[in-house]
Design a protein around this ligand. Structure first.
Ligand SMILES: [Zn+2]
Ligand SMILES: [Zn+2]
Length: 355
């Protein structure tokens, strides 16, 4: 074996690589050389990051992926990148690289590199719309021929809360810019049309409504692009839970409304049925009496032949004969009932609990 002296450090070595001992060659030929500083933008509102015109990224793992994907635009790499760790709070982006700088080197090794970067603070697109309270889209929620119920408002507000909770990971535009509550409905303003649509999709799983979408030109941006305001009108059916409806001449209690179907109770047989709203012509469904219009009473006794009810307002005792076994089971003593007076008979209506 030939023993030679390294011209750089003067040590005796078996091999010369590029005229130097392996250690000196490695020191002068790192596996990674950063050529350009990494420039990151950070949203001062939500903390999202953007790397040179990328999308706004709100997840550290995704930001690492993006940096790795573009690594060759900041650095020259001669090895295989094994690991990247970001710790932007501690101001470090670390890369671990495995490889060897020259074929003649005996084995691969690992180098740790710290990358230089600079963060400039700005405001991301979704926060900008929100912060400037830009009203790009309105979702107007109404019900046909009536006010929205408290239950419906609760469902709408809960859905808004779920949506707003997404702002941490998806951007501040998931928080509505303004929510206007009126007796006849709710107007919800969003800074993003996409988020307004996302909200409507979420709500459609919880309430039934028809959707009417219109877009109106409201101006032109400085760069000449047309600005539109999107209006999404949601129209809930005229009936609601607890109402008595007339469908093709028969009376039903609306027990529940879910997306695409209503659950009704036949007020003659007291049987429950699920009707798909797609097959039901809503024009044939008429509100006979709304929940609020029903007189209230309490069942005093039920002997299997008749139900005795005392009315809450006038303390009048009513006797209603039982025609179906289901009636006997529904109207147990102590239960609250609705009273529907028709010209020839009185119909007891089971209470629909809210929620
Ligand atoms: Zn040397
Ligand atoms: Zn932001």
């Amino acid at each position: 074996m030939v023993r030679v002296v390294c011209p750089s450090c003067g040590r005796v070595t078996d091999t010369l690589v590029g005229g130097l001992c392996p250690d000196c060659f490695r020191a002068l030929n790192p596996l990674l050389v950063q050529k350009k500083e990494i420039r990151l933008e950070e949203c001062r509102v939500c903390g999202a990051f953007r790397l040179g015109g990328s999308k706004w990224i709100r997840d550290a793992g995704k930001l690492e992926e993006e940096i790795l994907r573009r690594l060759t635009s900041f650095a020259e790499i001669r090895g295989v990148v094994q690991e990247l760790t970001l710790n932007l709070e501690r101001n470090t982006i670390k890369l671990t690289v495995l490889g060897k700088a020259h074929e003649a080197l005996p084995e691969s090794y690992v180098e740790a590199h710290e990358l230089r970067f600079k963060i400039s603070k700005t405001i991301c697109d979704s926060c900008l719309g929100y912060v400037s309270r830009r009203k790009t889209a309105i979702v107007q929620i109404r019900a046909r021929g009536r006010e929205l119920t408290r239950d419906e408002r609760t469902v709408i507000k809960n859905t808004l809360n779920v949506l707003s909770a997404r702002s941490a990971s998806k951007g501040l535009d998931h928080v509505p810019v303004e929510v206007k509550e009126e007796p006849f409905g709710m107007d919800i303003y969003f800074s993003s049309s996409a988020v307004a649509n996302e909200f409507v999709r979420m709500l459609s799983g919880r309430l039934h409504f028809d959707v009417l979408e219109t877009s109106k030109l409201i101006g032109v941006t400085n760069s000449g692009r047309e600005k539109h305001r999107l209006t999404i009108r949601l129209l809930l059916p005229p009936f609601k839970r607890g109402d008595i409806v007339n469908i093709d001449g028969k009376l039903f209690l609306v027990d529940g409304i879910a997306s695409g179907k209503i659950i009704v109770r036949d007020l003659i047989t007291f049987e429950k049925n699920t009707l798909p709203l797609s097959r039901l012509n809503l024009n044939n469904v008429h509100v006979h009496a709304s929940k609020e219009d029903l007189e209230e009473g309490i069942v005093v006794s039920n002997d299997g032949i008749s139900v005795y009810v005392i009315t809450s307002s006038s303390r009048e005792m009513l006797e209603i004969s039982i025609k179906h076994g289901r009636q006997a089971a529904l109207f147990t003593p102590g239960s609250r009932v609705g009273i529907l007076r028709k010209t020839d008979e009185i119909i007891l209506v089971p209470r629909v609990l809210s929620g």
